[in-house]
Design a binder for this molecule. Structure first.
Ligand SMILES: [Zn+2]
Length: 485
């Protein structure tokens, strides 16, 4: 029984349904890759399953397009597997249960995998057809985008000859994405050479109720960093020892909560409560983060927490929390309203004599990334030059996709969009990573645009694909190819 058989465009939803019956979560893509290879074989198309686990299917140009420049159509074969708490499905071994009301397509109890199954459905519908005019096609279907763009990272660009890349992995119809952020992690460690100490009284000071959010997509919304807020009460605290700091926990999430354990030889509860009240009265959260709450409570850790004895090091911790760089560093000049460069300190650990933290740096330009690495380095040194041991290491570098000044693909796509929709598309960038960044770096002179139909609530069991939107984007893709002579 085919659930989507009444939906248009028929071929697109037929392939979408076939794909949905193959389990294809990230890390579990052998079967879907085999399906892609088999699809090509059955139609006499050349295909490669490369060392990175990607599948590339080649199709010649149709009549009159034999010598046209090839177009790369790209999507990823893996999906995010999430399900509702009561869903019993084993997404490792079973297909998903599709449903539709004619307006949307979703899966019962699980993610739909519209991200990025729709790209594969378009590719298969195109390559299966004999009545869609198109230039030579290099369909590039990547492995494990969702968990780290592993397929794209391992992709050998010599297997393709095209430079025009149509990436179908965006979720909002009417937006042409032409830039994405690259990123890098800076891991900083400070060693405080001091004795450990056991105070008589112990308290926990907490910051809670911040909105947090994604360190790329939400960084431009003025959201506060919980570690920075932790510095507010500490400014007024004297004659105490600082112990464990905890909170946040993910580099790519703006920390919502943070706490520090402090110790003292005298009972300080009244004094600390006054400081906390003062901080709450100051309304640091403003309208954006109105949920911000400072609190203090007496605790007893029975010696589990390590405190620093040397009081001059306490000032370094205060300075660190007060002055560490975080948030938006610059806005884009070429794309209106887009954050170009940012950093997020999402992880901070202070335990005994070691203070360590991770900054996730993002930028839509390589220069922006390099300049923020310097900001973090300078900051680390300014704190570190009073301390014997400090170290900053960089890892997880991935490239940005810079907005091209001249893009013939973008021009064509804007033109076709205006004709088909009767309005201008939004030409935009995102301050987060996309595989396009990797291809922009690997494929010389790559001219890339990312699009896709409306898909709501991706990566959640509420994910749903808008049927009419999928139809309009299909017409759009076909027209772009027809005009790529
Ligand atoms: Zn995706």
């Amino acid at each position: 029984m085919h659930v989507l058989q009444e939906l248009e465009p028929k071929k697109v939803f037929e392939f979408f349904e076939e794909i949905s019956q193959i389990p294809h979560g990230s890390g579990n893509t052998a079967q879907i890759a085999a399906y892609c290879m088999d699809f090509a074989k059955q139609r006499g198309l050349r295909a490669v399953h490369d060392a990175g686990g990607n599948v590339i299917i080649y199709a010649s140009g149709t009549e009159g397009y034999e010598n046209s420049e090839p177009v790369i159509i790209q999507g990823h074969m893996d999906m995010v597997c999430e399900k509702t708490p009561d869903c019993r499905k084993n997404m490792e071994t079973e297909g998903i249960d599709l449903a539709t009301d004619g307006k949307y397509v979703w899966a019962e109890g699980t993610t739909l995998g519209g991200d990025d199954g729709i790209a594969l459905a378009y590719i298969f519908a195109l390559l299966d057809s004999d009545d869609i005019p198109h230039p030579p096609i290099e369909a590039l279907i990547t492995r494990d985008e969702e968990t780290g763009m592993y397929g794209a990272m391992d992709f050998d660009p010599s297997v393709v000859s095209g430079t025009k890349i149509l990436n179908i992995d965006s979720e909002e119809e009417g937006i042409l994405t032409v830039s994405c952020a690259g990123g890098i992690t800076a891991h900083c460690v400070f060693e405080l050479p001091t004795q450990l100490y056991s105070p008589t009284y112990e308290y926990e000071i907490s910051v809670t109720g911040l909105l947090g959010g994604h360190s790329g997509a939400d960084i431009g919304k003025g959201r506060l960093n919980a570690f920075e807020m932790l510095s507010k009460p500490l400014e007024y605290i004297v004659d105490c020892y600082f112990g464990t700091i905890s909170g946040g926990g993910k580099m790519n999430v703006i920390p919502q909560n943070a706490s520090i354990i402090i110790g003292s030889d005298e009972d300080k509860l009244d004094e600390l409560e006054q400081i906390i009240n003062l901080c709450n009265d100051r309304n640091y959260g403003g309208e954006t983060d109105s949920g911000l709450q400072f609190s203090v409570k007496k605790i007893n850790t029975e010696g589990e927490v390590k405190y620093i004895e040397n009081k001059c090091y306490l000032q370094y911790i205060k300075d660190f929390l007060k002055f560490f760089p975080t948030g938006v560093q610059s806005m884009s000049e070429s794309i209106d309203g887009m954050v170009e460069t940012s950093l997020n300190m999402g992880v901070l650990e202070h335990n005994g004599t070691i203070l360590s933290c991770d900054f996730l740096i993002r930028s839509n330009t390589e220069n922006g990334k390099a300049s923020v690495i310097e900001v973090v380095r300078k900051f680390t040194e300014s704190i570190g030059n009073k301390i014997d041991f400090v170290k900053m290491t960089l890892s997880g570098d991935y490239p940005s996709w810079e907005c091209r000044q001249d893009s013939s693909l973008r021009e064509l796509m804007v033109e076709v969009f205006e004709e088909q929709y009767g309005r201008k598309p939004e030409v935009s960038g995102i301050h987060a990573g996309l595989e396009c960044g990797v291809f922009a770096k690997k494929i010389q002179n790559a001219d890339i645009v990312s699009i896709g139909p409306d898909i709501a609530d991706i990566h959640t069991p509420n994910e749903r694909l808008d049927v009419a939107s999928a139809g309009r984007v299909w017409e759009y893709v076909k027209e772009i190819l027809r005009r790529s002579k």
